[in-house]
Ligand binder design. Structure first.
Ligand SMILES: NC(=O)c1ccc[n+]([C@@H]2O[C@H](COP(=O)([O-])OP(=O)(O)OC[C@H]3O[C@@H](n4cnc5c(N)ncnc54)[C@H](O)[C@@H]3O)[C@@H](O)[C@H]2O)c1
Length: 326
């Protein structure tokens, strides 16, 4: 297999992590970097011994770049992804895919028109334990899903993001888009699409955010299952768990304790490790394999769009509840 030559758009925390992780991916080669802050692109290029570019157009013009990784702030994902696809590059786009459904649709449309790979960075599908639960659901061990709980809360130090794109709704979305989108994707992968939502939100601790720092939502899935989701940045201890209760059994992932359990009536409880290999390396290997073979990624544009649709529905339900309650 020929190397897939990759350009990095966005050389901050995640762009750097993805670029370094590519060093462990078979048939991946980082060949260029770009960032709005030139020094960041230059620094990463120096570390990886590749070129850096002063503009994204210069990077996308290079015929020896096959694919790009988009790891810029959330509000920029769609424009960079569409520009890259139009320039003939395959795209790995970090989550959330975008902040609006129209943008997700335009990204999917561009990848289909160009016949190029579009993958969204929903890395948790590449955790061994999450794939294990998916298989247990698919082979009917747990039965029909009936109730799921998702907790994705953390503490963001007051003021820590005051100069960051992360505290502005227009640039980041909110905690659903920025963090819980991973868990929303998993819940949707396990159970399916959501039919209706009730939700409440408040900003308890972060006056520097122009969005609420705490969200609680109740979901009804299209297949009749119920869901309860908490997301936010106001919990000092924080929590990160997903469970799926079914008609025959139950599955539980505790991301802090790194444990995965499946209990089935009459067969007792089984445990699995959450992680067996590096999930970021595995997701990037999947991207490179899809680019090389033309296969659809498991976290394709439709998967990215599905998670964004749920995050938008919960955000809308919070706004409606706020309006009703004055
Ligand atoms: N999959 C994961 O687990 C995970 C983890 C962290 C972040 N992310 C996602 O990765 C993306 C980047 O997050 P981060 O933590 O690296 O943020 P960051 O703020 O550390 O880095 C963003 C980089 O983008 C650059 N940038 C900003 N605007 C730009 C523009 N218009 N053009 C070019 N460059 C621009 C900044 O200079 C910075 O270097 C976000 O979408 C975030 O949600 C994903």
């Amino acid at each position: 297999m020929k190397d897939v030559r990759i350009g990095i758009i966005g050389c901050g925390g995640m762009g750097t992590h993805l670029a370094r992780s590519c060093l462990q991916v078979h048939n991946a080669k980082i060949v260029g970097t770009y960032d709005a802050v030139k020094e960041k692109a230059k620094f990463l290029a120096h570390q990886l011994k590749c070129d850096y570019y002063d503009s994204v157009e210069d990077l996308l013009d290079k015929p020896d770049i096959d694919a790009v990784i988009v790891a810029t702030p959330n509000y920029t994902h769609s424009a960079f992804t569409i520009a890259a696809l139009k320039a003939g590059k395959h795209v790995f786009c970090e989550k959330p895919m975008a902040l609006k459904l129209e943008d997700c649709d335009a990204m999917i449309g561009a990848s289909e028109k160009q016949g190029l790979t579009l993958m969204v960075g929903h890395v948790m599908r590449f955790y061994h334990g999450c794939a294990f639960i998916k298989r247990a659901l698919e082979n009917g061990e747990i039965g029909q899903p009936i109730i799921s709980h998702v907790f994705r809360t953390t503490w963001v130090k007051v003021g820590a993001w005051s100069k960051s794109w992360r505290c502005k709704k227009e640039l980041c979305g909110n905690s659903l888009f920025e963090v819980a989108i991973h868990d929303i994707d998993l819940m949707r992968w396990f159970i399916g699409d959501v039919k209706s939502v009730k939700a409440y939100s408040s900003n308890f601790s972060h006056p520097e955010f122009d969005y609420d720092d705490s969200i609680i939502a109740i979901l009804r899935f299209k297949n009749g299952a119920l869901g309860l989701l908490e997301s936010g940045f106001s919990s000092r201890l924080g929590d990160h768990k997903i469970d799926v209760n079914g008609t025959l059994g139950a599955a539980n992932i505790d991301f802090k304790a790194l444990t995965v359990k499946v209990a089935v009536e009459g067969r007792g409880e089984r445990k699995e490790p959450l992680i067996k290999s590096n999930p970021v390396v595995d997701e990037l290997q999947h991207f490179v394999n899809c680019v090389s073979t033309g296969k659809k990624p498991i976290t394709d544009g439709l998967a990215g769009r599905g998670a964004v649709e749920i995050a938008l529905a919960i955000s809308r339900a919070c706004e409606e509840a706020a309006q009703m309650n004055g």
